[in-house]
Design a protein around this ligand. Structure first.
Ligand code: AMP
Ligand code: GLY
Length: 423
């Protein structure tokens, strides 16, 4: 099989690494890819926003299967256009990608199909939103409706903070994504991420993970795209996974199909495990980054036939096997991230992988043959262990061998799980 992978982050490096191990693979291309992905794939300079160019490339190279990593091309309808051109594609249609592209869309779906989530209202202007906040009181959550790179959410502990967040959204802090606002009840509990594939009819549960969104140790400071993650998430017991499938995932699959938007791809469900059970915080319609890195480390099965079955409606024919080990990833980011940071700083040394640990590339590039950091999140040092404590020790041992003066990482990824393991 000839495969084209779309994307350039740590998530796509992990996907490329796994796909490259498949005996079914003849050739892997990645657009645009990064120097880590280049170890497994031929990189192609394609403008992913130019769907006709992607299709022309796929035809020219006789690509059998396209795997779309990030959300933006999905929300822009790349999967629809590829499928219309007769090319099998992993990733939901533009209509189904609204599950990630519009928080209001997802909340309305939950309301229609009795999927547990926080009570909410949608607003197109500030005054009625503020009125609702005053009625409900704090804590309360304010969300820009559209894609805001994980930054459009304010968990407001006071009414004043909530009112300010509403003004920020409507004043354009998140651009067009903030033209509509969802105000949502605060859910109290422990968060977890759940990954599950769907071909539109059948569901295949993958695995669970927990990430660290805040930039600083102890989960402090501003939100980021994710500073580290581990899998499995201890709060997601088999009973909780079963409830999540029954109460959240299955009604989503049947509801989306009923509404004429069958979902094919991966559900990345952000959950709050409350006293009542699992409640949906949000859906993403692609693998998490860096959650994907820990999932791919733990996946024993060949990834390629699983993704292909998802895209071609044969998910009932495949299974996914997982290592029992925990996997943990630490994100090395450019100093200053998630604020302004220097670009093109030199990375003098990236240690080679071992049996238990591996470094995935995210925002890296080669400049004059030398590796440099071009993004906010740059390297993902990922390791196994018999538990999170051991995986963490291995990941930091490897991270400390990276030579990159402008890099930093959190030192406490996995702390909740490790506290549990010590208890
Ligand atoms: P999201 O971008 O929707 O994942 O939200 C970012 C983060 O905000 C989540 O990971 C939660 O930590 C928090 N959050 C979002 N919605 C709620 C909610 N209804 N109650 C409590 N926390 C929330
Ligand atoms: N790590 C969170 C995300 O991929 O959205």
């Amino acid at each position: 099989m000839k495969v084209l992978l779309i994307g350039s982050g740590g998530r796509e490096h992990a996907l490329a690494w796994k796909i490259a191990q498949s005996p079914l693979l003849d050739q892997l291309y990645a657009a645009p890819g990064n120097p880590g992905i280049a170890e497994h794939a031929t990189l192609v300079e394609l403008n992913v926003e130019d769907h006709a160019a992607v299709i022309a490339f796929a035809k020219e190279k006789a690509i059998d299967f396209v795997v779309v990593g990030p959300e933006a091309p999905l929300v822009a309808g790349l999967a629809d256009d590829l499928r219309a051109a007769g090319i099998a594609t992993f990733g939901p249609s533009k209509a189904a990608a609204q599950l990630e592209g519009s928080k209001g869309f997802t909340k309305d779906l939950c309301a229609r199909y009795d999927i547990p989530t926080g009570a909410y209202q949608r607003f197109k202007s500030a005054e009625p939103a503020k009125q609702y906040v005053r009625e409900q009181g704090a804590p309360i959550v304010i969300k820009a409706d559209g894609l805001a790179a994980g930054k459009g959410v304010t968990v407001a502990m006071s009414e004043a903070e909530a009112l300010a967040a509403i003004d920020d959204c409507f004043d354009g802090a998140f651009g067009a994504a903030g033209a509509e606002v969802v105000v949502e009840a605060f859910l109290d509990g422990e968060e977890a991420s759940f990954f599950c594939l769907s071909d539109g009819k059948t569901a295949l549960a993958l695995a669970t993970a927990q990430d660290h969104k805040r930039v600083g140790d102890g989960d402090t400071g501003p939100n980021t795209g994710g500073m580290g993650a581990y899998s499995p998430a201890p709060v997601m017991t088999p009973a909780m996974v079963e409830r999540t499938m029954k109460e959240i995932i299955e009604p989503t699959i049947s509801g989306m199909a009923k509404d004429g938007n069958p979902f094919s791809g991966v559900f990345f469900a952000g959950l709050m495990i409350t006293a009542k059970g699992p409640e949906l915080i949000e859906y993403n319609v692609r693998f998490g980054d860096p959650e994907c890195q820990v999932l791919m480390m733990r996946l024993k099965s060949d990834l390629l036939p699983i993704l292909y079955a998802t895209a071609t409606g044969t998910l009932d024919k495949v299974q996914a096997e997982w290592r029992d080990d925990a996997a943990l990833t630490v994100v090395l980011a450019s100093k200053g991230y998630p604020g302004a940071y220097q670009k093109n700083t030199p990375i003098a040394h990236v240690p080679t992988a071992s049996e238990e640990a591996k470094v995935f590339h995210a925002g890296t590039a080669l400049k004059d043959g030398k590796l440099v950091a071009t993004g906010g999140r740059v390297l993902n040092v990922t390791a196994f262990g018999k538990n999170v404590t051991e995986a963490q020790a291995r990941a930091y041992a490897l991270a400390d061998r990276v030579e990159w003066a402008n890099g930093f990482c959190r030192r406490d990824i996995g702390w909740q799980a490790i506290a549990r393991e010590k208890a």
